[in-house]
Design a protein around this ligand. Sequence first.
Ligand code: ATP
Length: 150
Amino acid sequence: MATFKLEVVTIERAVYSDDINVLIAWGSEGQLGILPHHAPLMTMLQPGELIIRKSDSEIYMAVSGGFLEVLNNRVVILADACERAEEIDIRRAEEAKQRAEKLVSSQLGKADLAEAEAALRRSLFRIKVARKKRSTRSQSQIKPMDSNFP
Ligand code: ATP
């Protein structure tokens, strides 16, 4: 099966680097399904889920926004933060969710509210991606996502 190179990096570390078959991500214009030899592309990434298909396996990651570039059969994701599903500490994400929910429901100024909503969104995606990995659902098929919201 044809492949392309995916590299996911943050300012802190290289999260992932491998030859893969399919990448599903959420760009600023909506869901992107990237296959080998995709046309050149540069887009901002929405916070959410990355799904990687490689041979018969799927890898899930939570990404907190960033940039995605496709060039010469290579995709580079410069992520604000990114964790593979198995790296996610669900308890930490649940705590972050509770903190953010409290903040969102309190009287905040516009900027603080936007920050609290972003933190809430990050925590929800981390929980969703971590649970997905732990679930026993079939690994053999990528299911299209209806929405990038958890
Ligand atoms: P928290 O309030 O728990 O720190 P946060 O959303 O503010 O969450 P970020 O600023 O997005 O955290 O990320 C800071 C660093 O911590 C990044 O390296 C990120 O990958 C990591 N990180 C954040 N939450 C988790 C988690 N639940 N499990 C594992 N790593 C996490």
